[in-house]
Structures are given as C-alpha cells and as structure tokens.
Design a protein around this ligand. Structure first.
Ligand code: NA7
Length: 549
C-alpha cells in the first residue's frame, strides 16, 4: 500500500491540498515512532506529524544539564525487536538524554521510518466528520490532512509550564525552561544562577549547574523525596550478561506493577520484624537497589500511612545525614503531609551532597514566594537575589495539557476542551466517548506516567493495532467508546486511586501544579499487569464498551 497518498500534491499549492491517509499520528516520541512502525507493518498508509525539528519527543526537548531517564535503560527501551535489543549498547545503567535521543534516531533509521515522519508540523486542530467518517487535521502552517484513524501520541509531559512571573521581560540576563533547552547547551561558568523548581528536572540539574556556576540559588516551593540512582557505566561484561537474560527481564517487567522489575517486596511492613524492615530499607537505598526500588520496599507502602511514614522517615534521616547545614537540611526534608512517592519520586546523583557546597543555597519559596523578576534577578517578599541567569524547572501541564492544546472536535462538533473542563475522562485511557476512531497512547486513565512508559506505549500501540486489524477485516468503520463504559472506567480509576495515598499529595498526577486545573487523579493506579489483563479482556469480549459500526 502506498505510504503517503498526496492526492493534490501535484497541484503545486501544498497549503490548500488535502493529504489523505489511513492513519495520522501526532507526535514522534516513543509512541509515535512505534505506532508508525506497527501501522506500516499492517499495511496502512500513515504519517506522523511532529512539532519539533527532530524526532524524540520528551528526549528531543528536555536537553537540560544532567537530563537522563530514571528508569533503567535496559527497561526503558523498545522490546518489540530482539535484534534491536542485542545491537544497541547502553553506556550506563540510566541513559543520559543524548544517548536516548540517539537510540530513537537509530530506531527510525533502522526500520526506515524517516519518510513517514513530517517534522516542524504542529497540529492545531482536528475535526471529525460524522458523514464521511474521517478526521480532518490541520497544522499551524496551514497543511490539511484527512485520515480514518487519528492517534494522539502527544505524550504526558509535553506542555511546559513557565510561571507567569511579573517583570520577566525586563530581566537583563538570560532565562531558560528545562523542557525548551537550547540545542547548543548553556555555559553557566562563573555565573550567578537562580533555579526555580525541585522536581525531577531541578534535582537532576542542581549538581551539574553547581559545577559551573559561581553561585547557585535554588528556589524550592515543595521539598520532594529524592533517592540515589547509583548510576554506573556498563562494563562490556555486565551488559552482555544483562542481555543474555533479556527475555526473562522483560517477562518480569511485564508482571511488575510499574512495568519494570523492581524486586517488589510482597510483604507488608506488619509482616516483618523491625530488623527485617530496616534491612529492606537499607537494601533499597544502597547500591544493589537504588532508584525506584525504594517505591516497592513494603507491599502496603502506598496504601498504609504508617508504613509510608516509615519509608519517609528513613529518607528524611538520610537527607539529614548527608546535608551538613541543619537549616538547609530542614528545608530539604519533605514535610509530613507529603507521602513518600505521593509526588513523582526523584532519582538523583549527588543532589543532597551538592548543598554542602558553599556556593549552593536553597530558598524557601513556599514561605517567601518569588514575586517578580527584576532587571537583575528575582525578588521575593524578603529581598532581591541578583543573578545572571534564571532556570525554570517548573514542570508541565501534565497528562491532559497536550491534548487540550489542540482544538479537537469529535462527533457533532463536540469540543474535547469543553468535555475535559472538569478533568480528563476516557475509556481505558485509550479512547474518549464522542471522539470516534481517535486513540490516545498512554493517555489519562492508563498506567502511563506511573509505569515504565516505553512498556505502556508498546502495550497500547499493540492493542490499538489489534483492534484496527479486526475492524478492517470485518468492515467496521466507526469505533467509539460508549459514554457508559467511559463513566464506569473513570469511576474505577477514582476508586482505585482513593484506596491509595496518592490523592493526598499536591502532585501533577492530580493536576495540582497548575493554578485552576481540576483536581482529578489522572492515572490508573493499580498497575500494569492488572491493567493489561483488563484491556485484553475487553478485546476478547468483542471490544466490550465500544460501539463498532
Ligand atoms: P515537576 O516534577 O512538576 O516539578 C516542578 C517543580 O517546579 C516543582 O518543584 C514545583 O513545585 C515547582 N514549581 C512549579 N511552579 C512553581 C512556581 N510558580 N514557583 C516555585 N516553584 C514552582 O516537573 P519536572 O520537570 O521536574 O519533572 C517532570 C517529570 O519529568 C518528572 O516527574 C518525571 O516524570 C520526568 P511544587 O512541587 O508544585 O510545589
């Protein structure tokens, strides 16, 4: 089948020509690339539209100093091709941004996908036509496409949030956002730098910027928990040994709550002696563990406040044992009202240690918020901090932001922005009632950001392709989640979240990081294996919850 049917491409007027495809995919990150590969394999004409001037999604945009994935590289990679797994040589346990981007570019080249991806094409509007059963999709530059299936591979963290800071235009230095970092990098040598935000991006950046800057002042609104990554370079031997066990590793990942094997403890804290509890905590914090293993210390860690507090206290003690200045340590210790893991856990290399450097300071931006930027720095209600550069590591309009950024109109002109006014809703995090033939990869209502994203992406794309293959074989032209199925799923997601401690935290999972955003827990919290079984059951039951016509 022809890959790209430019019906009017010969007309010479590309702006007004309408390109017709079986499938249009929005976004060329991990989701979009795999969706393109699978759709081509199934013989569909397909094109990916990508806003950036390169592929990679998250890993294209987030080039800030120290950016790396905090899911281990061997897990945070495609599993669909054994040869690809064998060929690719990860250099470290946790790959840096540049290496992940190189990997994604390699995948695009290796599977000859480049000609299916259109760069510099930001989608602004998508409208469903009920009579013709087609989506009309427009880009900001005025290109128009028609497609039968629309796949939103727009990512969970792709709309950066820059605080509306008064006076920023008058600031005479340079400012940056972690997710819009200059491609050529930034040299902070000898500079006074202000960094706002202490989520994963800020936590990864602090040690690296501190190496260059003359003075680094970190403005922290909420202290979050961060655990040591224990990142190490792979030796040839270690990588070969890991690869020899790859099929087992992937199989264990599939059956793990987060889609990556973290050696989860199956016992609750109450089922262990104090000595055993201590040993478990130590094991997870230290080299053999590290990273997200700390989230699986006890089986009831995210549902039992007392157990969670045990982990939180352990982490707080560790912070205090590292940070010598007790005033800094007080600030860096998360408060009691934040459950451990309630906000996305940070995974760091020398974050807390960096605050022992004399030129690195921390400011309590909750007690003394940044009020404005001045010509020479930032002003809180207490004083002015003179700086040469401001770095915003202030996060994203997560989960729903990227979809709401596009004017999506479903059946009978229904607006997704209006539908989601009170928070995102979906059936299985894959499909939205009123938006036929549109699918969301790792969308709100699926494990997505609570899981190893690459695993969840592969699960979704495979599921979507299975559905479309059956639909095409049986002459089904319109696939739409029913409102009842969606309502039931939304309720289930809420019920599952309410069994946990997650809703207690003012996290971006809850939409709490954006002023005025509805507070809804946006992910399916009960884990990858259960979720996969649910969607497999739906498929086996003739796509229960979908209307297929
Ligand atoms: P996050 O995790 O959303 O962190 C953003 C940080 O910025 C967080 O500490 C926020 O404080 C802080 N923030 C946001 N707005 C402000 C204002 N106005 N003033 C002061 N501080 C502010 O984003 P990241 O980019 O670090 O990480 C995103 C994800 O990428 C991460 O979770 C991983 O999945 C990878 P708050 O906690 O809201 O008080």
């Amino acid at each position: 089948m022809q890959d790209f049917d430019c019906e009017n491409a010969e007309s010479g007027n590309m702006e007004n020509s309408v390109k017709k495809l079986d499938m249009l995919v929005v976004g060329a990150g991990f989701s979009g690339i795999y969706q393109l590969y699978k759709a081509r394999e199934a013989g569909l004409s397909v094109r990916v539209l990508e806003a950036g001037d390169g592929v990679g999604g998250t890993w294209f945009w987030n080039r800030y100093p120290g950016a790396r994935c905090d899911v281990e590289s061997l897990d945070y990679s495609y599993s669909f091709c054994r040869e690809l797994e064998e060929e690719w040589q990860w250099s470290e346990r946790y790959a840096p941004q540049a290496e992940i981007l190189k990997y994604m570019e390699h995948v695009v080249d290796r599977f000859a996908l480049k000609d299916g991806i259109q760069l510099n094409a930001r989608v602004s509007r998508a409208v469903f036509n009920d009579d013709r059963l087609l989506w009309t999709v427009s880009t900001e530059s005025g290109e128009v496409f028609e497609c039968t299936y629309l796949v939103m591979a727009t990512g969970g963290l792709s709309i950066p949030q820059r605080p509306q800071l008064k006076g920023l235009d008058d600031f005479k230095g340079r400012w940056y956002h972690s997710a819009q970092w200059p491609k050529d990098g930034v040299d902070f040598t000898g500079q006074r730098v202000a960094l706002i935000g202490t989520g994963s991006s800020g936590v990864q950046m602090v040690p690296i910027i501190a190496e260059q800057a003359a003075k680094l002042t970190v403005f922290q609104r909420t202290a979050n928990f961060s655990v040591p990554a224990h990142n190490v370079p792979f030796t040839e031997k270690a990588l070969a040994a890991a690869k020899a066990r790859y099929p087992d590793r992937r199989a264990m990942g599939r059956e793990a709550i987060t889609g990556q094997f973290l050696n989860a403890n199956t016992k609750t804290a109450a089922e262990m002696t104090e000595e055993e509890q201590r040993a478990e905590l130590e094991y997870r914090w230290k080299g053999a563990g590290g990273g997200f293993r700390m989230l699986r210390t006890f089986a009831d860690q995210m549902s039992n406040l007392e157990t969670n507090k045990m982990v939180a206290d352990f982490a707080r003690n560790r912070i205090r044992s590292v940070v010598k200045d007790s005033a800094k340590a007080d600030l860096l210790c998360p408060k009691d009202d934040l459950p451990f893991g309630g906000k996305r856990l940070c995974v760091d290399s020398r974050y807390y240690e960096t605050f022992n450097l004399e030129h690195v300071d921390i400011v309590d931006a909750a007690a003394h918020p940044v009020i404005e930027a001045t010509a020479h720095g930032l002003r809180t209600d207490q004083c002015e901090y003179k700086v040469d550069a401001i770095v915003f590591a202030t996060g994203f309009d997560a989960m729903s932001g990227a979809l709401k950024a596009i004017d999506i109109r479903g059946s009978c002109g229904k607006s997704l922005r209006e539908k989601w006014e009170h928070g995102p809703t979906s059936y299985l995090g894959l499909s939205i009632a009123g938006f036929p033939n549109m699918f969301v990869v790792a969308g709100p209502g699926s494990p997505s950001v609570l899981s190893n994203m690459v695993h969840s992406i592969e699960t979704h794309v495979d599921w979507i392709m299975r559905l479309l293959t059956q639909a095409r074989a049986t002459g089904v032209q319109r696939i739409e989640a029913t409102q009842a199925a969606e309502d039931g799923w939304v309720q289930r997601c809420e019920d599952e979240a309410n069994k946990t401690l997650y809703p207690r935290a003012n996290s971006w999972y809850m939409g709490a990081n954006i002023a005025g955003k509805p507070r809804v827990f946006m992910a399916f919290v009960s884990g990858v294996p259960l979720y996969r079984r649910i969607i497999e059951d739906v498929a086996s039951n003739n796509y229960q919850g979908f209307e297929m016509a």
